[in-house]
Design a protein around this ligand. Structure first.
Ligand SMILES: O=P(O)(O)OC[C@H]1O[C@H](OP(=O)(O)OP(=O)(O)O)[C@H](O)[C@@H]1O
Ligand SMILES: O=C(O)c1cc(=O)[nH]c(=O)[nH]1
Length: 177
């Protein structure tokens, strides 16, 4: 079985939750995909980095990250998978709000100014969260090359309207729901 197929199996087994749920956008849905149960799972998480790197292999970038918290383990997985392939990749975390103390940074990690970056998500429904990250990255002087994520729940059109490439490894139609 390929790493991508195995990751899909892990998502179906561990992350899909059926039942009424309120989403981040306030919309109601009748299933939820809790990808933290995959991206933080000792068996599934090692698949995330290689599969994500494969999905964006043709793009030029040297840092990855997104709005905390869903994007954080995806970014870390990509950094480690890149290292295993002999490639340097940095990560960053976009805070939901700026920090009032310390260095008062909205984006944590190596400086993104002037760099080509990917804005990551675990999953994207309306695209609101990832576009918040894109806005913060652009304000910080980064060039956002693409949005990349594990599972698309419907945000493609909105993200592409912003002129951004959109790379999702899986669609909802791939899931056993
Ligand atoms: O495309 P959207 O409509 O914005 O929804 C998707 C967002 O919802 C989830 O995060 P959530 O807001 O639950 O926050 P968390 O990552 O802090 O748990 C998910 O990790 C995405 O970031
Ligand atoms: O839209 C969301 O908030 C959302 C949907 C989903 O399936 N999983 C998730 O973590 N967030």
């Amino acid at each position: 079985m390929s790493e991508r197929d195995e990751l899909l199996r892990q998502i179906n087994d561990k992350a899909v939750v059926r039942g009424k749920v309120i989403l981040s956008s306030g919309q109601e849905a009748d299933y939820y995909v809790d990808l933290r149960r995959v991206t933080l799972d000792g068996e599934a998480a090692p698949l995330v980095g290689p599969v994500m790197l494969d999905a964006v292999a043709d793009l030029g970038f040297d840092a990855v990250g997104g709005l905390t918290l869903g994007a954080d383990p995806v970014a870390a997985a990509m950094v480690h998978a890149a290292h295993a392939r002999g490639r340097r990749l940095d990560a960053f975390v976009v805070r939901k709000a700026g920090k009032a103390h310390g260095l008062q940074k909205r984006i944590e990690g190596p400086d993104v100014r002037g760099r080509r970056v990917l804005a990551l998500e675990d999953t994207s429904t309306t695209g609101g969260s990832v576009l918040t990250a894109v806005e913060a990255l652009r304000e910080a002087g980064a060039e956002v090359v693409a949005v990349a994520l594990i599972l698309d729940r419907g945000a493609r059109e909105r993200v592409e309207k912003e002129g951004l490439e959109y790379r999702a490894v899986f669609q909802v139609s791939d899931l056993e729901i």
